[in-house]
Write a protein that binds this ligand. Structure first.
Ligand code: COA
Length: 439
């Protein structure tokens, strides 16, 4: 590789004082399990930043006993869940949780938001049908140079997002990609349906994926879908099949509907299969895995798939669903952050992320971790500058809205301007969309 290319990549991976330095692998490059063909040659997609944010409101199983006919004992023994977080404040939305998680990921990586090339926000409870929640986040964090789109693959979405990020980076189309999983499922859960309301929770997790020449990173992915099971886990109304109407609202079709037993059987099968395929592609076996971070839906699913079928021991599987319930696409990144906090991830480790969900979909990826996980020491000046940047993002957003409003008020036709007629039709300034308040 030419020296100038190397320095570009070093810069991209944050090794010029702009992020944590991915650790050089001890093993020579050729001993590392071969990833899929590398379009750029020697270019890898490393996770260099991570963060999560959950609402402060906790709802325990005992709280749910007051709402539906259930019991703490039933929920704990059938699912492993003890409590979940719920966005009780109306200002807490999918975008605001996502933006908070994204800022933390950028802080860990010590990367300025203007360097982000792409934001992928996976969610099943988006801010709106459109625009994309990712665009609201892009505005909120001041990622002024980023493209942004939402990804809909239900609980598998975060791993789908990592696969997209890897593809963009290996193709040379991006240096930094923010992948976010964010949900406010409490807003689409039927709180009178004990089959579903005990399972889900709210939260967001984000990672920053960077181009790097350190071998490893997101090595291999396995994505799958079986749309014949679409109705097994579904929000039936609000889309083009059943647009919102008085009837859809009155019969509760805007809430999550689920065939729990069928989803359970599907999940146990695909978790093991997807993990095996992703590991095969990375040239690894279950024995090589240091930590599995599965989708946090149900402890019994994890036990029946990862532990029993793949025979990966309990101490190499990270579970935190007891405290958050199933946060859908946010569950893997939140669990990754907590695994890092618990010092269960270190450079050189082989990780597996594996998820399943509505679609039906499934996704797994094998990751060779590449960066130190100790809390980075970020200079006060860089940190202050980034925080100021977040405040400036809110001001910038307001300024752009104001300019747009002025264009609306100012008549395009000079004669109209001279007559003063435009004043009568001047529109009200537009309401700011949620999530972009720069919280
Ligand atoms: N509290 C008390 N009883 C409940 C209950 C609750 N919250 N929910 C269901 N029950 C009852 C059922 O009505 C049923 O009663 P019955 O036998 O009198 O008909 C009984 O408990 C057993 O229900 P069943 O559906 O067989 O339980 P289960 O052992 O399959 O567990 C799930 C139900 C939902 C926990 C389980 O099927 C599951 O986790 N499925 C996967 C769901 C999932 O992961 N979805 C998200 C995918 S991303």
């Amino acid at each position: 590789m030419a020296e100038n290319e190397r320095s570009d990549l070093d810069h991209a991976a944050g090794r010029n004082g702009d992020g944590p330095a991915p650790v050089k692998d001890e093993a020579p490059a050729q001993q590392v399990a071969p990833p899929l063909p590398q379009p750029g040659g020697g270019r890898y997609a490393q996770i260099v930043g991570w963060g999560y944010h959950v609402p402060s409101k906790v709802i325990t199983n005992h709280d749910l006993e007051q709402i539906v006919d259930t019991s703490d004992e039933w929920i704990r023994t059938r699912t492993g869940i003890e409590e979940r977080r719920v966005a009780a404040d109306p200002n807490e939305t999918t975008a605001s949780l996502a933006a908070a998680a994204a800022r933390k990921a950028l802080d860990v990586a010590d990367v300025h938001p203007s360097k982000v090339d792409l934001i992928i926000c996976s969610t099943s409870s988006p801010e709106y049908i459109f625009p994309a929640t990712a665009s609201v986040v892009q505005d909120a964090i001041g990622a002024v140079n980023a493209g942004a789109f939402d990804l809909s693959a239900a609980c598998s979405g975060f791993v789908y997002g990592l696969a997209m990020a890897r593809g963009h980076i290996l193709a040379g189309d991006a240096e930094y990609v923010l992948v976010i999983g964010a949900e406010t499922l409490s807003r689409i859960v039927d709180w009178t349906d004990r089959n579903t309301c005990v399972l889900f929770g709210d939260g967001a997790g984000a990672v920053l994926v960077a181009a790097s020449d350190v071998p490893g990173g997101i090595m291999a992915t396995e994505l799958g879908s079986d749309g014949s099971g679409a109705d097994m886990l579904i929000v039936p109304a609000g889309g083009s099949a059943h647009p919102a109407s008085l009837e859809t609202v009155s019969n509760g079709s805007h809430f999550i509907k689920m065939e729990g037993k069928a989803v359970f059987r599907f999940a146990v099968r695909v978790m093991a299969e997807a993990t095996t395929k992703a590991l095969d592609r990375a040239g690894l076996t279950p024995d090589d895995v240091d930590l599995v971070i599965p989708h946090q839906a149900n402890l019994r699913i994890v036990q029946n798939s990862v532990l029993r079928q793949l025979k990966i021991p309990e101490d190499r599987v990270f579970v935190n669903l007891q405290r958050y319930g199933n946060t859908s696409t946010a569950s893997i990144p939140i669990a990754l952050c907590e695994a890092i906090e618990a010092k269960k991830v270190k450079p050189g480790d082989n990780l597996v992320f594996v998820g399943f969900g509505g679609g039906l979909t499934w996704a797994a990826c094998a990751v060779k971790w590449g960066v130190p996980t100790a809390a980075p020491e970020v200079g006060w000046w860089r940190s202050t500058r980034r925080q100021a940047g977040y405040q400036a993002a809110a001001a910038r957003s307001m300024w752009r809205r104001a300019v747009r409003w002025m264009y609306d008020v100012w008549p395009a036709d000079p004669e109209e301007a001279a007559s003063g007629d435009h004043e009568a039709t001047a529109p009200e300034p537009k309401k700011q969309v949620s999530g972009s308040r720069g919280e």
